[in-house]
Design a protein around this ligand. Structure first.
Ligand SMILES: [Zn+2]
Length: 454
């Protein structure tokens, strides 16, 4: 049988590394990988000189729907994803109302249906234990909990999703262990963080560097150890959200737990902002900007496997929201938009020699798909969804915030020159974005239900 589409003449990055191969797609699925020139199809896409990556899977985005549509919704967030080579996203539950129960889970699922340009899964909250099973049944990719509390009334982090105490956390871990459902944890020491903020604020200190550091007190390491011990004691699969929002020593603490048999994974975004960038960005770069040595440590951990995967924590606060921090840096919400720039930054890192192509696809596609049980996602392999990104390794990209698609309308990476360029994104064999623009037509993203919960 002849295929629908053939990607001819490119270099495909398979789980084991790069190979010169033609990739055939039939019915939206990769139907064959073969030596160049040996397959035929109704439509041929010439990818000579290009690299073919599996679409990226970003398991940590905030598309803010429902409740904060002025910041983002699935239509705009997923357009950013598509243009950034991200073909699957998993959205966090700290919306308004927060997704604490089955009724809200179903309402959110129904609300965003038909509006996403990329495939998507949804995380559930984890504070209302009797609701967990029903949300898993509806297809939650996992459970997200927060150990922090909000610092301001309009904080996007709803306290309804914050763990009230260790007993509840353990009960949650026990419940999820029985279903092998992952629990993603925002690790924090809220008391220490609040104390540090108050002290710095009282002293009139408002340097963005200090704000970044205030999130990374030693108390976070103690909180992390508590989470890892609870995971060890219950057998729960625990996932450490934004491991780079902790002192850099967290990397080895997580790794030691993993080696001792704890089922733990960790994510971070591309560690591409340095503290020095805060001279220019100020509050816009808070909280993911690092001293150069820490950034190098994160890059090493991404390369050698101590950090399992890349996820952006795409936090589309508007420039205006962040500007609340121009006069009072403590008043700005944390985070910045990142879903559209993540893969370009990672490709640049590969071309700069920081990591291999094989490691890239593990970090950005395969490992996140495994975490969330997304069968058919995360790899260029026969039988997988034909989610593909075409990369021109010889081109360069200059990040232009005016061309990005998040409603946030800005990027801390604006003006950054990157090696490589994403030239096209395909979702289940259909081209959805080209040269940084979404192609016309209705959004075709599907709601994904993890394997084991069908
Ligand atoms: Zn987040």
């Amino acid at each position: 049988m002849s295929a629908d589409t053939l990607f001819r003449g490119g270099t495909a990055v398979l789980p084991g590394g790069r190979v010169a191969a033609d990739v055939a797609v039939t019915g939206g699925v990769i139907s064959a990988l073969a030596a160049p020139g040996t397959l035929s199809a109704a439509e041929v896409v010439d990818v000579r000189g290009k690299i073919l990556l599996p679409g990226a899977v970003d398991v940590h985005v905030h598309f803010r729907q429902p409740g904060f549509e002025q910041k983002e919704d699935f239509r705009t967030g997923s357009a950013a994803a598509a243009c950034g080579g991200v073909t699957t996203v998993c959205d966090m539950p700290n919306t308004h109302p927060p997704v604490t129960g089955a009724e809200r889970f179903r309402a959110k699922r129904d609300l965003v249906a038909g509006t996403s340009h990329v495939d998507y899964g949804l995380w559930s909250g984890g504070t209302d234990l009797p609701e967990l099973a029903a949300m898993a049944e509806l297809g939650a990719v996992g459970v997200k909990v927060y150990l922090n509390r909000s610092h301001r009334a309009d904080d996007p982090y709803a306290d309804e999703l914050s763990m009230p105490g260790d007993d509840t956390l353990r009960a949650l871990f026990r419940a999820c262990a029985s279903r092998s459902q992952p629990v993603a944890v925002h690790v924090a020491d809220h008391e220490q963080e609040a104390r540090l903020r108050a002290e710095l604020r009282a002293a009139g200190r408002s340097d963005a560097r200090l704000v970044c550091r205030s999130y990374r007190g030693d108390g976070v390491l103690d909180a992390l150890s508590g989470v890892l011990a609870a995971a060890a004691g219950t057998g729960c699969r625990v996932h450490i959200a934004h491991a780079s929002l902790a002192p850099v020593a967290a990397i080895d603490r997580i790794d030691a737990a993993r080696r001792s048999g704890v089922r733990v994974t960790a994510e971070c975004g591309p560690p591409a902002l340095l503290e020095d960038d805060l001279d220019r960005l100020g509050v816009l770069g808070v909280p993911f900007a690092f001293p150069a040595a820490d950034a190098d440590a994160y890059w090493s951990a991404l390369a050698d496997g101590r950090i399992d995967l890349v996820a952006t924590d795409h936090a589309p606060h508007s420039r205006q929201d962040k500007a609340a921090g121009l006069d009072d840096v403590w008043a700005a919400p944390p985070g910045y938009p990142g879903v559209e720039t993540s893969l370009p930054l990672m490709v640049d890192a590969v071309l700069a020699g920081r990591l291999t192509w094989a490691r890239l696809v593990e970090l950005t596609s395969a490992a996140p798909a495994r975490l969330c049980g997304l069968a058919g996602k995360g790899a260029i392999t026969r039988g997988a969804d034909a989610d593909l990104v075409v990369v021109d390794p010889g081109a360069t990209t200059t990040v232009d915030a005016t061309r990005l698609h998040s409603r946030a309308g800005w990027s801390p990476f604006d003006g950054r020159r990157l090696a490589g360029a994403l030239t096209a994104t395909y979702l289940r064999g259909r081209e959805i974005a080209r040269d940084g623009e979404v192609l016309p037509g209705p959004p075709t993203g599907r709601f994904l239900i993890p394997e084991g919960h069908r």
